[in-house]
Design a binder for this molecule. Structure first.
Ligand code: ADP
Length: 757
């Protein structure tokens, strides 16, 4: 502007006219004098260049006419201030359209030339072409706009950070990532929003970036969102320098990798889980790179292959396969590789420690582009336990089969409605009955000769209560006539859910046993009958014999009394024998009668104090006891249901024998008693001569004795009577003894029903 004023001054100087002219023409800026009518009065060459019109053309034009349509009247709007004297000059930057149509940016300065009276004469205008500068400015603006947009819309969070670590500028994404509003974030320190554990993570590297040691640095670090949540960020940092090359601020780019981190962690967890699963399931995956001939295991294969040999190398896997399975193993693997088909196989592995395992192996083959197998994946699990269980099951089944084949019994099954659903073949073989007649039917739908309706109802009720049953006997009619006796035992079946599923059990043919039982029963009945007859006979006979015997003995005695003197020695002696014989026969008959009376003349049982019976026996034996100086003692004795006379007789016989068969020492006789479950156990013990064990049975038989009557009088009926009495009372009698050590006669009598435990 200063220069323009100088020029104006010069123009008004007549003397400097020429100088002015030359200066005007050669000026580097475009110059013009513009009339008050706004037309160009004078223009220099530079202006014609700037506006693209010739001097002549310009002199016919006004600036307004060649202005860019958007910039028309810019100068007009400024003129009033110039003309009013408010401002000395006006200055605008505006566009003109050159003749060629091109736009040219021009900076214009205008001053007003006035006359001496101060009236405006014309305008002096200076034009400078600023197109290049304007383009650069636009380009810069556009570039900045582009940058601003990029900054703003970038998916990554971007921040400019001051060198001392405060947010200078932040984009929208960063606000989202960190969960802060822009205004919240700007001016806040980066460390403040960092996760405490990662706060100083970047310090060292950032220093190096700032010092120019490295261009940029990368980190993964955690920040805390405004709400406290942790966000994982991938962070890149670079430094922006000013024109002088000094670090100005940091540019930081943030990428939210939280979900990736979460996924990573989840994946890690999954991998761990898989690992755990593998371990728990004893599963291992073998990865065989066929081309490289390299084996990799998903886990330590020790459980499968055994302890690692000292050399560190296992034998070939193939060689660890059980020899019996190896051929099959090799063949099937080859097939898999050739056909590329997956397959599964079970085989045994011999571990390095000799232990054997069963594995189930599933194969998967992967082919290369040319279709050749290049990788083999084999998942193996330990199925040893299952194999053992299978073997045990097979074993148990075979045992069951042998059992049913070898046993004479048969096996049957009933459904939940008690219909027979299975019957093993043995039934037919054993009984000759046809299983078809029973299958599908309930047990009580077919007749059994031995069972009444009531019996069946009881059995049925038992089944309905799902109780086991033993030895249920049925007499089944046979088709060809006759019958078979069958005994069955069964137990209820429950399914896994605990629901009743029927019965199963065994059956056996008991026809022979039943026949034997029946025969035995018949024989027993017959025996009882004939015994009774015999007893009756013995009684009748001995009773009837008494009369003639009495006659023999009384007449023999009469004969001796009346005619005794007439007999000589021999006759007298013979007569003596007859009398003796008759007396002895009388005794025998009386004993026999007594014996038979035990069965035929016994009294009804009633409650008996055993002690009473013992006292009676002792009192009957008083003379003998006193004579021997014997001591007879007894325990506290119980009550029993008995025939009191017979019990007294029993004790009298036993104590009597103890006195009779005494040794040199003074007889000591004691009656013991002990309570057992259902009976009393009595014992009469003496210190007499004792008995050899070979005679223990015989002495209880009628008329059986071990001594002759000269040494020990008696007929040998006493113990036989004892036996009969005890047996009539439902007990047993036996002896324990050793010669010279005394004898113990034991017998039992039932405890009274109401007193049993
Ligand atoms: P008897 O007493 O009439 O001979 P028993 O039937 O009472 O007949 O006895 C049979 C035999 O048993 C006796 O002859 C005797 O040999 C033997 N005997 C019985 N009781 C005793 C006893 N307490 N000690 C030794 N022997 C005995």
């Amino acid at each position: 502007m200063a220069r323009a004023r100088e020029i104006t001054k010069a123009a008004g100087d007549e003397a400097g006219e020429d100088l002015y002219r030359r200066t005007f023409e050669r000026a580097a800026s475009g110059l013009a004098h513009i009339g008050l009518d706004r037309r160009f009065i004078r223009v220099n060459r530079r202006l014609t260049e700037i506006l693209g019109y010739s001097e002549a053309e310009l002199k016919r034009l006004t600036g307004r006419e060649i202005s860019h349509p958007d910039d028309v009247d810019m100068i007009n709007r400024a003129r009033p201030a110039l003309y009013s004297g408010k401002s000395e000059s006006l200055h605008v930057e505006k566009r003109y359209l050159k003749k060629s149509g091109e736009t040219v940016w021009v900076a214009i300065t205008i001053v007003l030339e006035r006359d001496a009276a101060g009236e405006p004469l014309y305008e002096i205008a200076v034009f400078d072409d600023i197109t290049a500068r304007k383009r650069a400015e636009t380009a810069l603006r556009e570039s900045e706009e582009r940058f601003r947009q990029t900054f703003e819309i970038a998916a990554s969070g971007i921040a400019h950070v001051t060198l001392d670590g405060y947010f200078l500028r932040v984009n929208r994404s960063l606000c989202q990532i960190l969960g802060y509003d822009r205004d919240d974030l700007i001016g806040r320190s980066v460390k403040e929003v960092s996760h405490p554990d990662d706060r100083d993570l970047t310090d060292a590297e950032r220093g190096r970036v700032r010092e120019g040691g490295i261009n940029s640095a990368h980190f993964e670090k955690r920040y805390l969102r405004k709400n406290g949540a942790v966000v994982w960020v991938d962070l890149a940092i670079a430094v922006a320098h000013d024109a002088s090359g000094e670090p100005e601020y940091e540019i930081a780019v943030f990428d939210d990798i939280t979900s990736r981190k979460v996924l990573d962690a989840a994946l890690r967890d999954k991998t761990e889980l898989l690992q755990l699963g593998q371990t728990a399931a004893r599963m291992i995956i073998l990865d065989y790179d066929i081309k490289a001939d390299r084996l990799a295991w998903s886990d330590s294969p020790e459980w499968l292959r055994g302890p690692r040999p000292a050399s560190g190398d296992y034998p070939l896997f193939k060689d660890q396969v059980h020899p019996e399975d190896r051929e099959r193993f090799v063949a099937e693997r080859a097939t898999s590789l050739a056909t590329l088909q997956p397959g599964s196989q079970e085989y045994r592995i011999i571990r390095t420690d000799g232990e054997m395992l069963w594995v189930l192996a599933r194969r998967q083959v992967f082919a290369d582009a040319s279709g050749k197998a290049e990788r083999l994946l084999v998942a193996m699990i330990d199925v040893t336990e299952r194999k053992h269980a299978e073997a045990a099951l097979r074993e148990s089944e075979s045992r069951f089969r042998s059992l049913t084949q070898l046993s004479s019994d048969w096996y049957w099954e009933q459904d939940a409605q008690f219909g027979l659903k299975f019957m093993s073949g043995r039934m037919g073989e054993r009984t000759g009955l046809d299983a078809a007649n029973y299958l599908g039917r309930k047990r009580w739908d077919t007749p059994a000769l031995n069972l009444t309706e009531e019996d069946w109802a009881k059995h049925r009720a038992q089944l309905e209560r799902h109780e086991p049953f033993r030895n249920f006997e049925m007499q089944r009619p046979a088709e060809g006539g006759g019958s078979r006796w069958i005994s069955i035992s069964g137990e209820p079946l429950f399914n896994d859910a605990g629901r009743f599923a029927g019965y199963r059990g065994v059956g056996s043919d008991i026809t022979e046993r039943k026949q034997a039982e029946i025969a035995l029963q018949e024989a027993h009945e017959e025996l009882k009958r004939s015994n009774a007859e015999l007893e009756q006979f013995a009684y009748v006979a001995s009773h009837d014999l008494q009369e003639p015997l009495r006659m023999v003995s009384s007449y023999t005695q009469l004969l001796l009394r009346r005619f005794g003197e007439r007999f000589d020695g021999d006759s007298r002696e013979f007569m003596g024998y007859i009398v003796d014989g008759a007396a002895r026969m009388k005794q025998l008959i009386e004993d026999l009668l007594a014996y038979s009376r035990v069965g035929t003349r016994g009294k009804e049982f009633r409650e008996v104090e055993v002690e009473e019976s013992v006292r009676r026996a002792v009192s009957n034996l008083r003379a003998a006891i006193e004579e021997a100086g014997a001591a007879v003692t007894w325990d506290a004795l119980p009550k029993v249901m008995a025939d009191d006379t017979q019990i007294a007789q029993l004790f009298q016989n036993l104590i009597g024998n103890a006195l009779k068969f005494r040794s040199a020492s003074v007889p000591r006789i004691h009656v013991f008693v002990a309570r057992r479950d259902t009976d009393w156990h009595f014992m009469v013990r003496d210190n007499g001569i004792g008995i050899e064990s070979q005679y223990f049975e015989r002495i209880f038989m009628v008329f059986q004795r071990l001594h002759n009557k000269a040494d020990y009088p008696g007929t040998g009926i006493g113990l036989a009577i004892c036996k009969k009495v005890v047996e009539r009372h439902g007990g047993e009698i036996w002896v324990e003894s050793r010669p010279g050590e005394g004898s113990a006669f034991h017998f039992s009598l039932p405890i009274i029903a109401g007193e049993r435990a």
